[in-house]
Design a protein. Structure first.
Ligand SMILES: [Zn+2]
Length: 264
């Protein structure tokens, strides 16, 4: 496995253990704890140690041999606390993209939990101040989402966010440049692909969904083009849909697309 260049960056959301509660996220994006444990076994079988994107940034100075796989979790769900404990027990780490405004709300991580995770090596990063679509905001508000979330995280955890993941993958023109000007190293987007250039301003991620089978995940990690292909096609359909349809209709079409592409 070490022959492949760059890193595959996986995007998770909630990892509920058992039945989904009313405060849990979109079930399409939720991976059960049992699935997640199967993923951890797969990574070990393939000789891949999951890292955070932050720890693979060039300025951290890690040898390139340690690249290969990074895990990220969006939205700061309460279930991420147990998922990180499981991951850390396997010697791995991940980035957690949080919205400071929802930290401590029902179903979400608290600052105390985030501090504990950060002390154990988790990378806590910004998903914006609120979970709002940046391509629908005036430029001044986009800047607030980027700058204030970074400062809030620094105030609470003692270190500023280095990475930014735009909610729903929505990227207004110039977002990567703006993020860099405000002190971020890179954007973790929702465009699928492999992270090849360590200095890239935008880092591609592949979404792990409830319907993603372990075999599909293995195909991604082995970089099989016929398995990562459908993910690229789906992402391009979802992206063009965002431009062509209004938000409400887009969300309905998105749900239909995600169901349609559910793995057997
Ligand atoms: Zn999100």
């Amino acid at each position: 496995m070490s022959a492949a260049a760059g890193s595959v960056v996986l995007m998770y959301h909630a990892v509920p253990d058992g039945v989904l509660g009313p405060d849990d996220a979109d079930p399409h994006y939720s991976v059960s704890m049992a699935q997640f444990r199967a993923h951890l076994r797969l990574f070990a079988d393939l000789g891949l140690r999951p890292s955070s994107v932050r720890d693979l940034l060039p300025h951290r100075g890690l040898p390139s041999a340690s690249r290969g796989l990074a895990l990220t979790f969006d939205d700061g769900h309460q279930s991420n606390f147990a998922a990180f404990a499981e991951l850390a027990a396997h010697g791995g780490s991940a980035d957690f993209f949080i919205n400071p405004m929802t930290v401590g709300a029902t179903g979400y991580l608290t600052w105390a939990q985030l501090r504990e995770m950060a002390a154990a090596g988790a990378s806590i990063q910004s998903h914006g101040l609120n979970h709002v679509f940046l391509d629908e905001l005036p430029a001044a508000k986009v800047e607030m989402e980027l700058a204030l979330s970074r400062r809030r995280i620094e105030d609470q955890l003692g270190q500023p966010a280095e990475l930014f993941a735009p909610p729903n993958g929505r990227m207004p023109a110039g977002l990567t440049q703006q993020a860099r000007e405000l002190g971020y190293s890179a954007i973790c987007s929702s465009r699928p692909g492999v992270w090849l250039d360590p200095h890239a301003a935008e880092i591609a991620r592949v979404a792990v969904l409830a319907a993603t089978s372990t075999a599909t995940l293995e195909g991604w990690l082995r970089r099989s083009p016929w398995t990562i292909g459908p993910a690229l096609v789906r992402a391009s359909l979802l992206r063009s849909g965002k431009r062509l349809l209004g938000n409400g209709r887009y969300m309905a079409v998105r749900r239909a697309l995600l169901r349609e592409h559910r793995a057997p």
